[in-house]
Design a protein around this ligand. Structure first.
Ligand code: ZN
Length: 164
């Protein structure tokens, strides 16, 4: 396994839409292992393919490891099945936008469907921070970052803060 370099905003790869993964090859298995290692080393709770220059629909997340309850997920071709109506605001950081956290309002509950590394299909409901994390990572696969959820004034302030 190896730690991969993390692309930083405004790298143009971070605004591209990623391609579905058609087959889980040994290269995909290696990529997933490297992404988990890179995420833990960063340290972070989620990392998406484009953040390491892999323009594929894959992300890893583990919302429990910092609290001593590791729960690593490798999510291939993830989609939201159900999206709750209630919204919640979380402070979100991003490994590609280090040093900046943004208050982002999103659906408080989502049900996500994805393919695991073993080729199995997974369905899981997420709430709280995990719901925000899953949405943040899936956003990356569509070229969307936290800045894109902000109004123009807030975005300008945070982009200036990031550039400083
Ligand atoms: Zn991010």
């Amino acid at each position: 396994m190896s730690i991969l370099p993390i692309l930083l905003w405004p790298d143009p790869k971070l605004i591209e839409t990623c391609t579905p993964i058609e087959e889980i090859t040994p290269e995909i298995e290696t990529l997933a292992a490297d992404m988990l290692e890179t995420m833990y080393a960063a340290p972070g709770r989620g990392l998406a393919g484009p953040q390491v220059g892999a323009m594929l629909r894959i992300f890893v997340m583990d919302t429990g490891w910092k609290e001593g309850k590791p729960d690593p997920l490798v999510c291939i071709n993830p989609m939201f099945h159900e999206i709750g109506e209630e919204r919640a605001t979380n402070s979100e950081g991003c490994l590609s936008i280090p040093g900046v956290s943004a208050e982002i309002s999103r659906p408080a509950q989502v049900q996500m469907v994805w393919t695991g590394l073993n080729g199995g299909r997974y369905v899981q409901s997420f709430s709280g921070f995990a719901a925000a994390c899953a949405q943040h990572e899936l956003d990356h696969l569509d070229g969307v970052v936290t800045f894109d959820h902000l109004d123009a004034d807030t975005r300008a302030v945070l982009e200036a803060e990031y550039a400083a």
